[in-house]
Design a protein around this ligand. Structure first.
Ligand code: GLU
Length: 307
């Protein structure tokens, strides 16, 4: 599970996304990408490896735009390739999504979508979400996102933007964190305060099963099912450096306090409804055929390796 960042406003969207991605890079990643809406037209750039590769590709283009979403990917389904990097787009490249998490039932959805004539171009679980959204998109984007999420099982934090309903980013979460950074005539979204704290210290925490509709000068949040919710705006008192420690005095304390959430996330990703341990990403890999493993580790990871 890796990083999401998004921006809507009048500033240089490409550099806000790139800086945000850099700030998320401490989480580890294998590829990165951004999608930017410019005069109602969506374009997407992705690269394998370091964010620097993406930056090199984008810099000379001097991209102008008003809305953007970006992602650092840590592959769970499909290799770390450009095609599998996020944003993932629908068949006609009109809707783009970034996603953290795992969609457990993606292969049955993929089969259905393919039979319906959708052309899926990646090996990711994520791509099915954007095709579902695009299929349902016949009016506003938030309704389509909500309909699509009803079809999904698994964990996700998503951010979506579409030419079919421009001027907004729609976000939604179940099991993976997402926050909104509140600005003046501009707004931000991210999976991690780290990515946006240098721009705003006012944040809203999205909860599971909430949908956020983010435009330049408005933030609307509703529960799945349509009920509007009023959210508190929290003021972050730490600076960018302290944010790395998420408000804790030191990293060890942060790690200790993060353990329940980390364990919950990992078990929700790898233990299915029947209490079986599953590693969907390994299904088609050569590791499944190996008859000998060497686990190289020390300290805590040595103990984990023994188990
Ligand atoms: N499951 C998605 C993929 O493999 C998202 C991975 C992530 O959270 O970075 O593309």
């Amino acid at each position: 599970m890796c990083g999401i960042v998004g921006y809507i406003g009048d500033r240089d969207v490409a550099s806000i996304l790139l800086v945000g991605l850099e700030r998320l890079s401490y989480r580890g990643y294998d590829s990165s990408g951004i999608a930017i809406m410019s005069d109602g037209e969506l374009s997407c750039w992705k690269k394998e490896g370091k964010i620097h590769n993406l930056e090199q590709a984008i810099k000379p283009l001097n991209i102008q735009g008003s809305i953007g979403i970006g992602h650092t990917r840590w592959a769970t389904h499909g290799a770390a390739t450009e095609a599998n990097a996020h944003p993932q787009v629908c068949s006609m490249n009109k809707t783009a999504i970034v996603h953290n998490g795992i969609i457990e039932n993606y292969s049955s959805i993929k089969k259905k979508l393919t039979e319906e004539g959708h052309i899926l171009r990646s090996q990711t679980d994520t791509e099915v979400i954007v095709h579902l959204i695009d299929r349902y998109l016949n009016g506003n984007l938030e309704d389509a996102v909500e309909k699509a999420t009803h079809d999904l099982s698994g964990s996700f934090a998503i951010a979506v933007t579409s030419e079919k309903d421009p001027d907004k980013i729609v976000i939604c979460r179940k099991g993976s964190p997402l926050i909104i950074g509140v600005g003046k005539n501009e707004n931000f979204i991210s999976s991690d305060i780290q990515a946006i704290v240098s721009h705003t210290k006012q944040v809203i925490y999205l909860e599971d099963d909430e949908i956020g509709i983010i435009s330049k000068d408005a933030i609307d949040i509703r529960k799945m099912g349509g009920v509007k919710v009023t959210k508190d705006i929290h003021h972050i008192t730490w600076d960018a450096e302290a944010t790395e420690k998420a408000g804790y005095d030191h990293f060890m304390l942060k790690e200790i306090n993060e353990q329940p959430a980390v364990i919950r996330r990992i078990t929700s990703e790898h233990i299915n409804k029947n209490n079986e341990v599953v590693f969907p990403g390994l299904k088609n890999s050569n590791i499944a055929k190996a008859n000998r493993f060497i686990i190289q580790a020390c300290g805590t990871s040595w103990h984990a390796g023994l188990i």
